[in-house]
Design a binder for this molecule. Structure first.
Ligand SMILES: [Zn+2]
Length: 264
């Protein structure tokens, strides 16, 4: 599932569409809560990310808000490249098209009025997400720290991959109650989250496989952060920090990979 770095990569790839006008739109899936008439003629005033959401601002107070869920992607292409998985096409006045492709069809698109205001927690790469802010969040929760990181109302954009990687880097057991973390541990975790997300964006995200549903930032290439994962998907392999075997457990219905020796 695309998490913050993958969604950010799509948003950056869409930057040339800003300032362009949508000359026509095809909404190919009736499950999307938007129509071609809504979009045709609108000028794209900005494209932003908030957590795992993408907001295309239409300059008149409306925003097209898209969540990619499991397998969605939103890319700018120079020519028609429709596939059976294309759910929406926005044709721009410079000949380029924005394609919303989504093999599993779980992604959402809807038009919202009054901007792009979502009930989400801290944006982890914003200046407002300080160590003190994270300490405030952890002190208020007895939930396992990994579940707190996945709670989009607390911190937005982190999913299963980057929660596991951040906790490994901070040497914290994912099952620890959030409010039991020491000040030093919260400091390490904050640094780890910011570091892992920043590095993953620089690597254009994590591409785990080659199926049509796997994340790819461009038609030609995948991301590269999968080559830097320390625990996610590495069950049974030695921990690169201590040599112990990486283990996998199920936590609140989600798979969690961790090192049982150096994550305390
Ligand atoms: Zn280890």
């Amino acid at each position: 599932m695309p998490e913050l770095p993958e969604v950010e990569t799509f948003v950056r790839g869409l930057a040339p569409a800003v300032g362009r006008t949508i000359v026509s739109a095809n909404v190919l899936d009736a499950r999307l809560a938007v129509s071609a008439e809504d979009l045709t003629g609108a000028k794209i005033a900005g494209i932003r990310r908030r957590g795992k959401y993408i907001g295309i601002d239409l300059g008149d107070g409306r925003s097209l808000v898209i969540h990619l869920r499991m397998s969605g992607r939103l890319r700018l292409e120079c020519r028609e490249c429709e596939t059976r998985y294309t759910r929406m096409i926005l044709r721009l006045d410079d000949g380029q098209c924005i394609y919303f492709v989504d093999p599993r069809r779980l992604g959402t698109a809807e038009l919202v009025d009054d901007g792009f205001d979502l009930a989400l927690g801290f944006e982890p790469l914003d200046a407002t997400f300080t160590t003190a802010a994270l300490a405030e969040l952890t002190s208020q929760s007895r939930a396992p720290i990994k579940q707190l990181l996945l709670d989009q109302r607390k911190v937005a954009g982190i999913g299963n991959i980057y929660a596991a990687e951040s906790l490994w880097r901070a040497r914290i057991d994912p099952r620890r109650p959030a409010n039991a973390l020491s000040k030093a541990e919260v400091g390490r975790l904050h640094k780890a989250i910011v570091g892992v997300l920043g590095e993953a964006i620089a690597q254009l995200g994590t591409t785990l496989g080659t199926s049509v549903s796997d994340y790819r930032p461009t038609a030609a290439e995948g991301g590269a952060f999968q080559n830097h994962l320390a625990v996610y998907g590495r069950e049974g392999e030695p921990c690169e920090r201590c040599g112990e075997g990486i283990e996998r457990m199920i936590q609140a219905g989600r798979s969690t990979c961790f090192c049982p020796a150096c994550q305390r």
